[in-house]
Design a protein around this ligand. Sequence first.
Ligand SMILES: NC(=O)c1ccc[n+]([C@@H]2O[C@H](COP(=O)([O-])OP(=O)(O)OC[C@H]3O[C@@H](n4cnc5c(N)ncnc54)[C@H](OP(=O)(O)O)[C@@H]3O)[C@@H](O)[C@H]2O)c1
Length: 230
Amino acid sequence: MSGKVGILGGTGPEGSGLAYRWARAGEEIVIGSRDGQRAEEMAAQLRARIGGSAKITGAENAAAAQCDVVVLTVPFAGCAALLKQLKSVWKPGTVVIDTTVPLAATVGGAATRMIGVWQGSAAEQTKELLPAGIGVAAAFQNLGAELLWKDEDVDCDILVCSDDEKAKQITSELAGKIPGARPLNGGKLENARIVESLTALLIGINMRYKVHSAGIRFTGLPVESPGRKS
Ligand SMILES: NC(=O)c1ccc[n+]([C@@H]2O[C@H](COP(=O)([O-])OP(=O)(O)OC[C@H]3O[C@@H](n4cnc5c(N)ncnc54)[C@H](OP(=O)(O)O)[C@@H]3O)[C@@H](O)[C@H]2O)c1
């Protein structure tokens, strides 16, 4: 993919896990944080793990939001305030990928339940809070951070939901760069309502089976899974 990928909240397990996988695939990454120093520390940790070829730097979220593709990986409870704070920094043509899940845990409830979002989903709320001209896709909500931090294939389908063709295409391309992940066209952005809630189900399955690796695979499709062992 040409262009830089900025990851808002990239110091957390999900954002840094995605950064790890994409930097390993040769993408140029900017880890974003409320604290530029913390972002640079995470970038240094990832550079040390990947080696000299890794193109990862750290910056405050406002600088990371200047990238061509911006991935939102902060807890749902912090999303609206962060997007309002960044209102004046967006460049037209940016693609924003929302990974957030409005789990009840974000407001002190159970991780296996969702909270209601007025707009229908976290992703639709994000779209409402961004200026026109920014393409929004929802994806990666069902891909756990623990899997991203390992070196094995992830064995998971990535449903990409968007009303914007460019955002859908770029997000699918990035999903395909994670070995074992298969991007699937998830339809409109409003389908993020379904995909986000699957995460609450997956968390419950992880708890009942005492694992951190439950993911989703769809069968019967004529689409190969990149990197999947036969
Ligand atoms: N963890 C998973 O397995 C997983 C899987 C799929 C999707 N997700 C989604 O990915 C997102 C991140 O998950 P995570 O587990 O990495 O979360 P996290 O560790 O709780 O938060 C990620 C980062 O967000 C920043 N942050 C925290 N509170 C914030 C606030 N109120 N305002 C702005 N920034 C804030 C922090 O970075 P700074 O302090 O450096 O700013 C933190 O390191 C969540 O929305 C989650 O639903 C997670």
